[in-house]
Design a binder for this molecule. Structure first.
Ligand SMILES: NC(=O)c1ccc[n+]([C@@H]2O[C@H](COP(=O)([O-])OP(=O)(O)OC[C@H]3O[C@@H](n4cnc5c(N)ncnc54)[C@H](OP(=O)(O)O)[C@@H]3O)[C@@H](O)[C@H]2O)c1
Length: 269
């Protein structure tokens, strides 16, 4: 299927590593010029060069910390200037601390919403007016299955995810009349640079060994393994394309059919 992405432009937040990098790569392979952001300039620039060399597309590296409104504004504005249009906005950079209510601090709750939710709000606040002015656009928000499959050890990511899912559906209702549609993708566990850290947190919060914590996610997924970044990215690229434009206000889980209840170790105690 021709995804009709050739010649389009996209902003991808957190495009220097993990799922975001796979998305930027996937879009560039389909002929999309891309702007990516992240905080670490060396990693960001190396990724931009790697993708540009491999695909021959324009890949612009714009350092930004999306917990800061001025950085979000600069990323969207500079990305727009460099690419000429913003056909696609992929909000991806975001993480929220795992942990249980007994240990999560005020700061961690604030931090959970600061990047994973407000980072998306900020980028959309600046990208949507550009899309309205140019006569349309497509937004794909990388969120997470914690928002629809709650678990007590991931309540902060769950809350941030649920907020992002609500935001996606709300804006889909508001911006359709401008030719802008929005969709969300909800991954389950994905093998990224920070996966090892998440396993460590599970081991701590569930009071189990690292080895047992590492087996928990695969054993909760009927397919018996966690996802690779490309498996999430391929879905995002498809959803970002004009072929999926009518899937507005839609969310898709890409979690291998994970049953979170199977990870609930409190039932064993
Ligand atoms: N991995 C999973 O298992 C999983 C599961 C469900 C949902 N998700 C969601 O999928 C998305 C991608 O996750 P991921 O695991 O690939 O890793 P991630 O840690 O969310 O993102 C890594 C990328 O984001 C950038 N980044 C981190 N903090 C940033 C900030 N404050 N401002 C700008 N950029 C920032 C990183 O670069 P710098 O560090 O240099 O800033 C890097 O490029 C996230 O929204 C995550 O919540 C992931």
């Amino acid at each position: 299927m021709d995804l009709q992405l050739e010649g389009k432009t996209a902003l991808v937040t957190g495009g220097s590593e993990g799922i975001g990098k796979a998305i930027a790569f996937g879009l560039a392979r389909e002929g999309v010029d891309v702007a990516i952001c992240g905080r670490r300039v060396d990693v960001l620039e190396a990724t931009a060069k790697e993708i540009a060399d491999a695909t021959g597309r324009k890949v612009v590296a714009i350092p930004a910390d999306l917990t800061k409104d001025e950085d979000a504004k600069a990323f969207v504005t500079k990305g727009h200037e460099a690419l000429g249009r913003v056909d696609i906005m992929v909000n991806n950079a975001g993480s929220a601390p795992g942990g249980v209510i007994e240990t999560l601090t005020e700061e961690q709750w604030a931090q959970a919403l600061q990047l994973k939710f407000m980072g998306y709000v900020r980028c959309l606040r600046y990208a949507l007016p550009i899309m309205v002015k140019q006569g349309g656009g497509r937004v794909v928000n990388l969120i997470g299955n914690d928002g629809v499959k709650p678990s007590y050890w991931e309540i902060a990511p769950g809350a941030a995810n649920a907020a992002g899912q609500n935001l996606t559906k709300s804006l889909a209702g508001q911006y359709g009349k401008y030719g802008i549609s929005l969709a969300a993708v909800n991954p389950g566990p994905v093998r990224t640079e920070r996966w090892a850290g998440l396993v460590k947190a599970m081991s701590r919060d569930m009071n189990i060994s690292l080895e047992d914590a590492d087996k928990l996610a695969p054993s909760s997924i009927p397919l018996g393994r966690i996802a690779e970044t490309e498996e999430v990215a391929d879905l995002v690229v498809m959803l970002a394309s004009p072929r999926a434009f009518f899937a507005n206000g839609t969310m898709i889980e890409v979690d291998g059919g994970q049953d979170k209840a199977l990870m609930d170790r409190s039932r064993d105690r």
